[in-house]
Design a protein around this ligand. Structure first.
Ligand SMILES: [Zn+2]
Length: 346
């Protein structure tokens, strides 16, 4: 088969790769219905994370089980499944506590290269969640979103303790930030403030449930949030960028005793100790344990209660993956969906 491989910054190609095969008895092979480009793929694409050797890309996936290892019990050939960007056993003490992204046996799916027509998924019983039956094509983008961006936005909103009576601030208007808005809305937050300067993203944020938009950034943005909250700061803040500026903006927007959920992959972030000490906020972040939320998210999508697939504003055939990266890099697209033949179907 062919698949996406990053050779150097700004050089991603659709090239011949080895066909994935069952390696461990706990593996399955999926025929992917759809995959996509992640905001975090842009870090190596831009050369901010080093690219030392040609690297298969992609960690978001949905598809149909094609082949099953001999010890797999819960998923069957022909089922449609969703998995997260970390394979996890779902049985170790860390998984049992709900932190499957840090499973003692975790396998990063990025190392297996999901931007391809076929994918090996390790620890299939712990990792994959099957849908009740094959989904209609129109539902596949939303199920794909659950694989990472929705699950990550959901974790951030949960970590920020979004809920009734709360003011939630979202720093970052990429797919994760926008789905953090959707998650906060589902968690019945009273006021949801999206920090964004981009009219298209503001519009989608409002559709997902944002009640207010703040266009200022940095300390000016913090001042606006303070004005809106009687000088206190927000109860709940979602950080979905991963830079020093966005993290400080998020921290300074959180009131004492408030909660900050940070899910932007940190690049060069260093928090000043004394300011952190004085801030007196709850911090929880990291790679989202998407697996914890997947059964609930699949239910919400299946029953038509949420439509997170709207974050995909560009669909391309897999062989045009290079354009998919370029469009996101240049912020012409929020998120690129890739379909094996350009057509999304189960
Ligand atoms: Zn585990």
């Amino acid at each position: 088969m062919k698949g996406a491989v990053l050779f150097a910054p700004h050089d991603v190609r659709y090239v011949e790769r080895e066909d994935p095969k069952i390696v461990e008895p706990t593996d399955v092979i999926l025929r992917l219905s759809a995959t996509c480009v992640c905001g975090s793929d842009l870090w190596p694409y831009r050369g901010i994370s080093p690219v030392r050797r040609p690297t298969p890309m992609g960690h978001e996936y949905v598809g149909v089980v094609e082949d099953v290892g001999t010890s797999v019990r819960t998923v069957k050939k022909g089922q449609f499944v969703v998995g997260s960007f970390f394979a996890s056993d779902d049985t170790c003490p860390i998984c049992q506590a709900g932190y499957q992204s840090r499973c003692v046996n975790a396998v990063p799916m990025g190392s297996l290269g999901a931007q391809a027509p076929y994918l090996r998924v390790p620890l299939a019983d712990g990792t994959l969640v099957a849908t009740p039956e094959l989904p209609p094509a129109s539902m596949i983008p939303s199920l794909l979103a659950a694989s990472d961006v929705l699950g990550t936005g959901w974790f951030a909103a949960d970590a920020a303790e979004a809920g009734p009576g709360k003011t939630v601030v979202v720093v970052g208007d990429g797919a994760v930030g926008l789905l953090g808005v959707l998650a906060a809305k589902q968690m019945r937050a009273e006021r949801i403030v999206l920090m964004s300067r981009n009219p298209d993203r503001q519009q989608l944020g409002r559709e997902f449930g944002a009640t207010d938009i703040v266009t200022e950034r940095g300390d000016e943005g913090v001042a606006r949030i303070k004005e809106m909250t009687n000088g206190l700061g927000a109860h709940s803040v979602i950080e979905a960028v991963g830079t020093q500026e966005s993290m400080m903006q998020a921290l300074r927007s959180t009131r004492p005793g408030g909660h900050l959920g940070f899910v932007g992959v940190a690049h060069g972030v260093a928090l000043p100790g004394l300011e952190l000490f004085q801030a007196e906020v709850h911090l929880l972040g990291g790679p989202a344990p998407v697996r914890r939320y997947l059964p609930e998210l699949v239910d919400l999508i299946w029953s038509g209660k949420i439509d997170p697939g709207e974050v995909f504003d560009l669909t391309l055939p897999l062989d045009q993956v290079a354009e998919g990266y370029k469009a996101m890099d240049e912020r012409r697209a929020i998120k690129t969906l890739l379909a094996p033949d350009g057509k999304v179907a189960a």
